[in-house]
Design a protein around this ligand. Structure first.
Ligand code: EPZ
Length: 422
């Protein structure tokens, strides 16, 4: 197993290029299951989660090549409909094949993803919506068995809770259903918006894109002629590098980024005293550190509010701020596993249910810490760059799932970071 050794404190400078968004690429890859043609996706992030999903699609019968961020994917040869436990257990987003497979083949068998390090993460809303569209669903031996012998039917669906992959799954199912589907209380994340835009550009009648209510007229089972496209920049990777600038007191510039996807993050950085210059046309953002980092209050919520995927990184940042910060996690019940690891570095954080109180200006010192999930891992790397001495971040396979070339990118900015074997 690999681990990262980071020498702190460190100062960064220069420019970093942001990769394509993992959480956009995952549903877009499963979207190709609705197509009868070969599709080319550019700006595809070459991270472990994408490779896992491509392996799953290959198991179903698809062919693919991924080179220099260009993914060529042909699902016209898909003949299997079973997503087995071995792959689904390693990546929850595999559930994104459920809607497309059922819509295209009228049946599928997908392993239940189960819980994960950040919470229970049920899929009841995905299943309930598909049932409303006429699917018969049974759970047997750890698998969701779904059938829709006459095809899926359009329906009026109100999501009880806003769900990102739930919205994506049902949008894809609705695209091949018979008749009109109206989805209410949808996720509005940029990744969901891009999925809808690609469907629209591929000829699907879909309205309400970017709002919480989507209306989709399905093709009645006919596969689509899908357009080629470029995956949007990863707003969470970008937010993480903005925090890297803030926590190391450095000015750095991000390239190939969408500043409009980061408004909530930028606003919190500015409240903490940093300056963020943006140029939407050139797709750049530059962070200038705060003269004195101020405490912050934030609540994680669905887009366009502050993202849960940036909570851990801001928690790391708040340990250095002047005053007491309050960080409330509203989306996942167990997304504070990084707190005890940050405490090992010297952070003063008190947890009370879903709220973390961070007493700022803690002197951080290097230590051995363990990554527990993707974003928790990046928070540890950020804290390590601000800490005095050597930090070893173990179990970085979590990081490799979603951050492309993290240590190469940070090293190019001046960080003292190396990947070693346990
Ligand atoms: C997506 O997960 C992201 N993953 C997550 O990114 C992100 O943290 C999350 O959205 C929230 O923004 C991908 O896009 C692949 P949800 P998802 O369904 O879709 C509850 C990362 O680090 N819920 O929007 O699985 C659920 O438990 C990650 O890249 C139900 O109750 O999240 C949670 O409390 C991790 N029933 C809330 O809704 C359901 O059927 C939001 O979850 C579905 C969800």
């Amino acid at each position: 197993m690999d681990y990262l050794r980071i020498q702190g404190p460190t100062k960064l400078s220069g420019t970093v290029t942001i990769s394509g968004a993992k959480n956009a690429a995952l549903p877009l890859i499963t979207l190709t299951l609705l197509a009868h043609n070969k599709v080319t996706l550019t700006n595809t992030p070459e991270v472990a989660d994408i490779k896992t999903l491509l392996k799953l699609l290959e198991n179903l019968g698809a062919t693919q090549t991924l080179k220099n961020h260009v993914l060529e994917l042909d699902t016209s040869t898909v003949s299997h409909t079973m997503a087995n436990y071995d792959i689904v257990k390693t990546m929850r987003a595999s559930i994104l094949v459920l809607g497309p497979l059922l819509a295209r083949f009228g049946h599928c068998e997908v392993s239940l993803p189960g819980g994960c390090a950040i919470g229970q993460r049920p899929i009841d809303l995905h299943l309930k919506a598909l049932e409303q569209m006429g699917a018969q669903i049974t759970i047997h031996a750890g698998y969701v068995n779904a059938i829709a012998p006459k095809g899926l039917q359009g329906a009026h669906i109100i999501f009880d809770k806003i769900t990102v992959t739930g919205t994506a799954n049902i949008v894809m199912a609705a695209a091949l259903a018979h008749g009109k589907t109206v989805l209410v209380n949808c996720a509005k994340e940029p990744e969901v918006v891009q999925l809808c835009e690609i469907l629209r550009d591929s000829g699907i009648d879909i309205t309400g894109i970017g709002t919480s209510e989507l209306t989709i007229i399905g093709t009645g089972g006919k596969t689509i002629d899908m357009v080629d496209f470029e995956i949007i920049p990863d707003r969470i990777e970008a937010g993480t590098y903005l925090c890297a600038g803030a926590i190391t007191n450095s000015t750095i510039t991000l390239e190939k980024v969408r500043p409009d996807h980061l408004d909530a993050v930028t606003s919190k950085l500015e409240q903490m005293g940093c300056t963020v210059d943006t140029d939407s046309e050139k797709m750049t953002m530059t962070i200038h550190p705060a003269a004195e980092l101020k405490h912050v209050e934030l609540i994680t919520q669905e887009y366009p509010a502050f993202p849960t995927d940036m909570q851990a990184q801001f928690l790391a940042l708040a340990t250095l701020a002047k005053g007491t910060s309050i960080i409330e996690e509203r989306l996942f019940e167990n997304r504070f596993m990084h707190v005890s690891e940050l405490q090992r570095l010297g952070a003063d954080i008190r947890l009370n249910g879903h709220t973390a109180t961070v007493i700022g200006e803690s002197p951080l010192f290097g230590a051995d810490v363990m990554a527990t999930d993707l974003r928790a891992s990046s928070a540890l790397v950020l804290a390590a760059m601000a800490a005095e001495g050597t930090t070893n971040v173990h179990r970085i396979y979590h990081l490799d799932r979603g951050y492309e070339n993290l240590e190469q990118k940070l090293r190019a900015l001046g960080a003292k970071i190396e990947r070693l074997k346990e």
